[in-house]
Design a protein around this ligand. Structure first.
Ligand SMILES: [Zn+2]
Length: 65
């Protein structure tokens, strides 16, 4: 849906890094390279980024009015 503000396992704040992560991926970098640069070291946080699907815009179309 939307990237969590903090990692749910270790409480590291990661939400602010997601936009940068997506931008760098669009430039053709690998997820590993980008996460290393952003300082996302633990595998709990890395899994968060790798598995995240940004669905907020899709879901927002179905909101009750
Ligand atoms: Zn974590």
């Amino acid at each position: 849906m939307i990237i969590p503000i903090r990692c749910m396992s270790c409480s590291k704040p990661v939400g602010h890094l997601y936009e940068k992560y997506v931008k760098e991926l669009e430039k053709g970098k690998s997820p590993k390279q980008v996460m290393d640069e952003l300082g996302i070291k633990r595998y709990c946080c890395r899994g968060l980024f790798l598995s995240h699907v940004d669905l907020i815009d899709t879901v927002a179309r179905f909101k009750k009015s």
